[in-house]
Write a protein that binds this ligand. Structure first.
Ligand SMILES: [Zn+2]
Length: 247
C-alpha cells in the first residue's frame, strides 16, 4: 500500500471540502481545515467550486425553511456512511505525516464514495432549502413534494405544489395587485361556495411570489386567487386572477 494518500486529482484532504462548505466539520476540524486551505491550491479550488453551488442554488429556487427532520435524516445517512467507511479502512489507511486531531482517515479508494455521499447530502440539503416542484425524497415517511398543477394565466405562470398536507404557489410574471389590495387565496371544496383562507400575499417587483398556503388543501377541488382589500375578505369581491385545479 502506498504511503501517499494523494487522490488522483490532488490533495487527499479535498474530501473535507464538502463537509467544510456544509459546516459539517467540528469547530476544531474546521479551524484545521482553514489553516490547510491557506497552503493548498487544490482544496481551495474544491471549496470554491462547492461554494459556488451552495451560493447560487438558493437564488435559483424560492426559499423556505428546511425541515429540521430532513437535515437530521440527511446527516444521519452521512454519518452512517462515514462510520462504515471508517470501519472498513484502518488497514489500508496508513499515514506517515502527523495529522490533525481526530481527523477521519479514509483510504484513498474510499474517499471518493464518501465524498459522493456528502455531495449527495449537499444536493438534498439544497433541494430541502428550495422546495420546488418535483422535489423527490426517497424513503418511506419522507415528505414528498409533488406538483399538483402548473398553468399560465395571461402572462403569469403559476405552479401549485404540495408537501404533505400543505401546498404552495410559485408565481412568475404576475402583475401586482391594484393599489391598496393584496392577493387572497380561496378554496372551492365543491360545496358551491368559495372559502376564504388566511393566505394573503403580494408579488415582488420582478413579478415573482412564493406563497405557502396555510390551510390544508386536502379535498380542495379548486384554488383561486383574487385581489382583495388589505386584510382580506370573507367573500371574493373580484374575479379570480388564478384558478388552479389540483390534479
Ligand atoms: Zn488540500
Amino acid at each position: 500500500m502506498s504511503e501517499s494518500r494523494a487522490m488522483p486529482s490532488g490533495c487527499h484532504r479535498g474530501i473535507d471540502a464538502g463537509a467544510y462548505v456544509l459546516r459539517a466539520l467540528s469547530d476544531e476540524e474546521s479551524r484545521f481545515y482553514v489553516t490547510h486551505l491557506a497552503e493548498c491550491d487544490h482544496c481551495r479550488a474544491e471549496v470554491d467550486d462547492l461554494r459556488l453551488v451552495v451560493d447560487t442554488l438558493p437564488i435559483a429556487a424560492p426559499q423556505t425553511p428546511p425541515p429540521a427532520a430532513l437535515r437530521r435524516r440527511i446527516m444521519a445517512v452521512v454519518d452512517a456512511e462515514a462510520e462504515l467507511l471508517l470501519a472498513a479502512g484502518p488497514a489500508a489507511d496508513r499515514l506517515s505525516a502527523p495529522q490533525a486531531p481526530r481527523r477521519r482517515r479514509l483510504p484513498a479508494a474510499l474517499a471518493n464514495p464518501w465524498r459522493s455521499a456528502l455531495a449527495g447530502a449537499l444536493a438534498c440539503a439544497l433541494l430541502g432549502v428550495g422546495v420546488v416542484g418535483g422535489l423527490i425524497m426517497e424513503g418511506s415517511g419522507a415528505e414528498q413534494t409533488k406538483t399538483l398543477a402548473a398553468w399560465a394565466t395571461g402572462p403569469a405562470k403559476a405552479q401549485l405544489t404540495q408537501t404533505g398536507d400543505s401546498a404552495s404557489l410559485q408565481l412568475s410574471d404576475m402583475p401586482s395587485p391594484p393599489e391598496g389590495r393584496v392577493y387572497q387565496v380561496w378554496f372551492d371544496r365543491g360545496d358551491g361556495q368559495l372559502h376564504p383562507t388566511r393566505t394573503l400575499f403580494n408579488v415582488r417587483s420582478d413579478g415573482r411570489a412564493k406563497v405557502a398556503i396555510e390551510e390544508s388543501v386536502a379535498g380542495v377541488e379548486r384554488i383561486l386567487v383574487t385581489a382583495e382589500k388589505s386584510g382580506g375578505a370573507l367573500a371574493p369581491s373580484t374575479d379570480p386572477v388564478i384558478t388552479a385545479t389540483p390534479a
